[in-house]
Design a protein around this ligand. Structure first.
Ligand code: CP
Length: 356
């Protein structure tokens, strides 16, 4: 069964093929109107969403298919204690393909064990969000005309911002990418991601001032401070207004810099920026529906293929458990606590990727 759990499950040529399909959908939408006739998508959202769930649903309708699902854990039997694996096994009896969002990190990978339908990770806690990344890549391709040789500034909550983690992994694979990682020191990109950048020799710099960096960027990826992921609410209140992009800061940016944001926005982009032609975040929403149409078609067509997770490292279990309180292994029944060991001996949880 082919699934999309991490953006690294797709090769660069597969990503490029999805982007080409997306561009073809934009040019010839009518040609896609019946491509998924008779097929059902299940949207299982254990955590709130506006864009991801509705864009998946709109995408399936535009392909001629139909949609079932739920939009909150408390309207499913998860509220009675049903495991992710059992839920997925049951939904596989009703649907041809499943998009799931879950607050626990690694939940989609746990779901794969029992699924008879392709699973798409629609966001797992603060871990990953691969379909937002496909959205971001289509936006960059359409608005900048290329995916290589881009200097990308990522600004805000780079610790809990799952869209940032997946986008870094994706853009690292394109030649000439450079990252400027702008965050308060408490919300820096997780160490395992920086380590991968170091190993691959990808240029990046961590910074705290948006004003000092904005002038050199080709694209600025703003993110919300993710209040729901903080264990300490006082820390959230202290950091929540760390960055606000406003017309004064936009005046320091290049004339062709684009502003992206996965949304929802809270107050990190002043609404006065919305009419700036460089503001792309609402176009990005539309690209999200297009690329999800392309992805649904790909996974339905490749349903028979094996899922080969492209995670690096030697798998092992040693009787210990993951220490991340948000990891799916903390609650899921019947799950083995598997870890991955890098070549340099560092170990991390196979599901949530937190250090052991
Ligand atoms: N970008 C994104 O994931 O938005 P939602 O949380 O509304 O789905």
């Amino acid at each position: 069964m082919r699934h999309l759990i991490s953006i690294t499950d797709l090769s660069v040529s597969e990503i490029d093929e999805l982007l080409r399909t997306g561009e073809d959908i934009i040019k010839h939408p009518d040609a896609y109107a019946h491509r998924a006739d008779g097929k059902k998508l299940a949207t299982l959202f254990f955590e709130p969403s506006t864009r991801t769930r509705l864009s998946f649903e709109a995408a399936m309708h535009e392909l001629g298919g139909s949609v079932i699902g739920f939009s909150a854990a408390n309207s499913s039997s998860a509220s009675k204690g049903e495991s992710v694996s059992d839920t997925i096994r049951v939904v596989g009896c009703y649907a041809d393909i499943i998009a799931m969002r879950h607050p626990q990190e690694g939940a989609p990978l746990a779901a794969v064990r029992r699924s008879v339908a392709p699973i798409i990770n629609a966001g797992d806690g603060g871990h990953q969000h691969p379909t937002q990344t496909l959205t971001d890549l289509l936006t960059l391709k359409r608005e900048k005309g290329r995916l290589d040789h881009l200097k990308i500034g990522m600004c805000g909550d780079l610790k809990y911002g799952r869209t940032v983690h997946s986008l870094i992994e994706a853009m690292s694979r394109y030649e000439g990418t450079e990252f400027i990682l702008i965050s308060p020191k408490e919300l820096r990109v997780p160490a395992h991601i920086l380590k991968e950048l170091d190993k691959a020799g990808i240029p990046y710099r961590e910074a705290e001032s948006l004003e000092e960096e904005i002038g050199g960027l080709d694209a600025l990826y703003m993110t919300r401070i993710q209040g729901e992921r903080f264990a300490d609410m006082d820390e959230y209140l202290r950091l929540k207004d760390s960055y606000v992009l406003d017309p004064a800061k936009m005046a320091m940016a290049k004339a062709d810099m684009i502003v992206m944001h996965p949304l929802p926005r809270v107050n990190e982009i002043d609404t006065d920026v919305d009419d700036d032609p460089r503001a792309c975040y609402f176009k990005q929403v539309w690209y999200g529906k297009i690329i999800r149409m392309a992805l649904i078609l790909k996974l339905l067509a490749e349903k028979h293929m094996d899922y080969v997770s492209n995670v690096h490292g030697e798998k092992f279990e040693d009787g210990t458990v993951c220490k991340n309180p948000r990891c799916i292994t903390q609650t899921e029944q019947g799950i083995k606590h598997m870890f991955l060991r890098d070549r340099d001996g560092a170990c991390r949880c196979m599901y949530c990727e937190h250090s052991k």
